[in-house]
Ligand binder design. Sequence first.
Ligand SMILES: Cc1cc2nc3c(=O)[nH]c(=O)nc-3n(C[C@H](O)[C@H](O)[C@H](O)COP(=O)(O)OP(=O)(O)OC[C@H]3O[C@@H](n4cnc5c(N)ncnc54)[C@H](O)[C@@H]3O)c2cc1C
Length: 190
Amino acid sequence: MKAEGQQQTQQDDDSRPKQLPKGVVLGPDGKPCRSCTSFASWAAMTKQQQQPPTSKPTTIATPQPPAQSVTALQPPQDCPPDVEQLGRSSWTLLHSMAATYPERPTANQQTETKQFLTLFSRMYPCWVCADDFRTWMTQGNEPRVSNRDEFGRWMCEAHNAVNVKLGKESFDCNRWEERWRTGWRDGRCE
Ligand SMILES: Cc1cc2nc3c(=O)[nH]c(=O)nc-3n(C[C@H](O)[C@H](O)[C@H](O)COP(=O)(O)OP(=O)(O)OC[C@H]3O[C@@H](n4cnc5c(N)ncnc54)[C@H](O)[C@@H]3O)c2cc1C
């Protein structure tokens, strides 16, 4: 995980550095990045900001990388997404793209898919996630897009790389199509 932008401090109106709760990630502009931070950490930060200043010494924070929230705290549906909500929606889009990818794509479709992934990895709103995704792709994990199954498995491996980083279970990539295209064999998606 790159540290770029993470050493900056959040300033109060009176310019005193304040300690940020664990998990709050700053954006390149030095301000807390909501789409890089779990709602639990975000809520802890806003709660802290509402408290009156204490006489305790303040500390310059080194924000942690985005982490799984320790609680099941979720932002309300009509609020800006946190890192988890953004991630779930994005994986839904990405795996669904793989699920509808042609079995025999044209050369142009393959090129456009790679271009999409390049741009996606530059524009993803959680910048630390995007940085790591780009790095992963350049470490022998270039997109494999020569047919649907290959693309679906590549996407599953990309998702598993993030799962591993976050300490989550890996998904069985032999079942990517059941999860994202056909529905499970037990028929519960029918
Ligand atoms: C490109 C990218 C990079 C990210 N990087 C970070 C990061 O650095 N830090 C961070 O905190 N969050 C990151 N996220 C978000 C993170 O991956 C999760 O989306 C988020 O933590 C919510 O997790 P979740 O447990 O709800 O399910 P998700 O991981 O969002 O998964 C959604 C559903 O997909 C299915 N699934 C799980 N794994 C796989 C797989 N390998 N293949 C196919 N289907 C699968 C499961 O049914 C699961 O319920 C990233 C998201 C994206 C799209």
